[in-house]
Each structure stands twice: as C-alpha cells, then as structure tokens.
Design a protein around this ligand. Sequence first.
Ligand code: GDP
Ligand code: MG
Length: 446
Amino acid sequence: LGGSISRALQNMSNSTVIDEAVFHDCLNEINRALLQADVQFELIRNMHANIKNIVNLDGLAAGHSKRKIIQQAVFDELCKMLDPTTGIKSSSFFFPKKGKTSVVMFVGLQGSGKTTTCTKYAHYYQKKGLKPGLVCADTFRAGAFDQLKQNATKAKIPFYGSYMESDPVKIAVEGVERFKEENCDLIILDTSGRHKQEAALFEEMRQLSEATKPDLVIFVMDSSIGQAAFGQAQAFKQSVAVGAVIITKMDGHAKGGGSLSAVAATKSHVIFLGTGEHMDEFEVFEVRPFVRRLLGMGDLSGLMDRIHKAVPVDQQAELHQKLSEGNFTLRIMYDQFHSLLKMGPINEVFSMLPGFSAELMPKGREKESQMKVKRYMTMMDSMTNEELDSSSPKLMNESRMMRIARGSGYQVREVLEMVEEYKRLANIWKRFKMPKGNMSALSPQI
Ligand code: GDP
Ligand code: MG
C-alpha cells in the first residue's frame, strides 16, 4: 500500500506541470492501492471527494505549491482515516484507570501476537502505577498457559490459568473473579485464536465476552496480513464489540497498511503498535508518524533537516554515516540532545519522532522536558567513551550505573530511566535507517 502511494506521489513530483489529468491519475492510483488493501470503498470515496474539495487547482499558482497542496491533502486524509478523534467522540475512549476495575479482552487470530501483546499492555499500565492481572482463557493451543505464565513472571504480573480445565469461559470467569477480589485495576483476558474452526472460535469469543462483560475488546492484528485485514477485523467485530486495535510486528517489513482496513471494519482506532518480541517494544500509536511511514516518507527527514541546520557542517557527514549504519549510540543521543536544545522550541522538533512527543515531551510540560534532557546529558557526562560509543547498553552493569549516578549527582533510578529512554530511541531509529548520501536528498517532507 505504502509503496504504491508514494510511487503515485513520486510520479506527481516528477511532472513539472500539475494539471487536472495528473491529479486524476494520482488519485486513481491511490484509490487502487487502498482498494487492494481492502480499505472500505466508502472511505476511499470519501477521501477522494474530500481531496477534490480541498484542492482547488484553478485557484493555485503553478508547480511547486500545487504539488505540495495535493501531497498535504492526501496526507491529511489518511491521517483523518486513522485518527481516533474523528468519527468517534474522544470522550467515549476507554482508558484503564487506577482504583477502578476494568476488564480488557484480547482477540485475534492465532499468531497475531495476542499473548505477547497482552503482557506488553499489562506492563505498560503497571509502569503507570496500575495493578494488572493476566488471565489465560486459551485452552485450545497446547502450551498457551505456559507461554502466558512465562511472560507474566518475567514482568512480575499476577496470572491465572489452568492446565486441567478445558472450558475457556469457566477459566475466564474464575480469573476475573479472583483478580477482582485482589483489587486489580486492570484484568486482561488472553484468548484463543485457532485457525480453521472459525465458527467455533467466534462463538467462543461471543460467550467469553458475554460472561466477563469486558470494558474494552482489543483486536490484535499482525501488520503483515495486508489484504486480509478487513475481513478478519470485520469477522471479530461481528461477534464481539471490538473497541480498539493493536498492530503488531511493525518492526518487520510491513508498513501497516492493513490498519486502515481494521480501523474501517471495526469503526474503532489503533491504540498501540508492537515493534518487537520484547516487553517494552511497544509504542503508543501516533497518527502522523504512522502515516508518514505508510507513505514511505522517512519519519526522520524533518528532524534531519533541522539537525542539518544546527549541527556544524564538518560533523554532518559523520553523524549521517552513523545513522545510516543504524547504530544509535549514547553519544549520538547526546549530540542530538545538544543540537535540539540549541534549536529553540524543542517540542516541535521532538514531535517529529514517533514515541517522543507523547512520552518524553508531553504537551504543556516542555520546560520540564527540557530539564530532563539536560539532566540526561549531565549523567552522560559521567560516562566513559566506551560506554558512549557502544550501541549495546549491556556495558552498563549495576555498579557502573551507581558510579554514573554518584558522578553526576543523580539517583540510580534516574540513570536507569535515561538508559531506558536511550533504548526506546535506539529502537525507533533502528526502524528508520537513513538512506545513504546527502541529507537534504531525503524523501519529500510533509
Ligand atoms: P498469539 O497466538 O496471538 O497469542 O501470538 P503470540 O503472542 O504467541 O505471538 C506469535 C509470535 O509473534 C511470537 O513468536 C511472538 O514473539 C511474535 N510477536 C508478537 N508480537 C511481535 C512484534 O511486535 N514483533 C515481532 N517481531 N514479533 C512479535
Ligand atoms: Mg496466544
């Protein structure tokens, strides 16, 4: 999907004059790409109509500005299709809260990543101070309980399941009861996702949902399923009230185009992305970086542009070389922080990186965030060159962390937080390897 759309935009960029025909071709190509990805025809038609309305070709100057406006319109429409704030009232969003017991049920086909994602989701909210509990209601797959148990144990999350009981509804009800008694804030239900016996699967989901009355049902989808997304999501939506979507395996080659279909089929929204097999390879979904990626527009192009302006010319080639190798070291993070602090409104720059704006730079708390960046830099000043230039934070064992904390006058906890931040960033940058060559020759920027 992403490929054809960016190709369409590319074709458009290559023609010097943008007239009605080019515009038409471009939209047709985008439509075809979206249809191929099983996005609801109605949504595509709306997008088409909206873009035609927005882009008034006659009223525009020739060349550059027209191209930009069409690109912007396509980008905006895709954002709108995925944006949780359009269509559904944001007040109806469900968020687990401390002090209130919520039940969240995960559904999806076998292998989509439910069991893995359940634990990530629990871990995410546990870090925010909620008390989660995991219930394994998958009695179909051999070893399902063991898998959940292993994950839960690693994350120190209470779990419930049975090796003997074969009725998933019974386990689910018991598990929910148990965790309610234990005053859990967030009770998470992992379910089965068998292939083949699909009628039986959907009936099981319906029964589970009826018995446990979940506050939210999350549909988990593998990003690589592509065209099958719409049918799959719709099938689940018909048996349970899917209220949110999580796309997994975004660390692979798939750009996640199927998410448009899943969102359309379930009339819900994407809330998180899975970006790896590990517990913290999990990101809050952000529309704009996601669409940029979908369209094949490097997320970092805008950021690179700014770094370009701030980093001394003689250091640019080196930085770019490092980034194109995909090795994001602590020193790169340090240099980057340094440049960013120099560049003024820091939140604007940070907001270009997925994961950054929501977590490192919450809106309205820019001052605080800036202090945090400075604090991190002070800690890094106490590190050895070897540590700064390694792309493996394994070098830093506990005693090194204590030394760094002492050296910089901070708590070990704070050093740990900085290292976590580094890991998160390294993970993101790994996914957006820079093309080699001139920094300014990066993909079109929106
Ligand atoms: P389930 O059958 O839906 O419960 O799926 P699992 O949670 O068992 O996941 C199936 C496989 O996908 C496992 O090998 C997971 O480690 C892997 N997996 C899950 N999420 C991700 C992800 O975001 N990225 C990658 N690379 N692998 C994932
Ligand atoms: Mg499973």
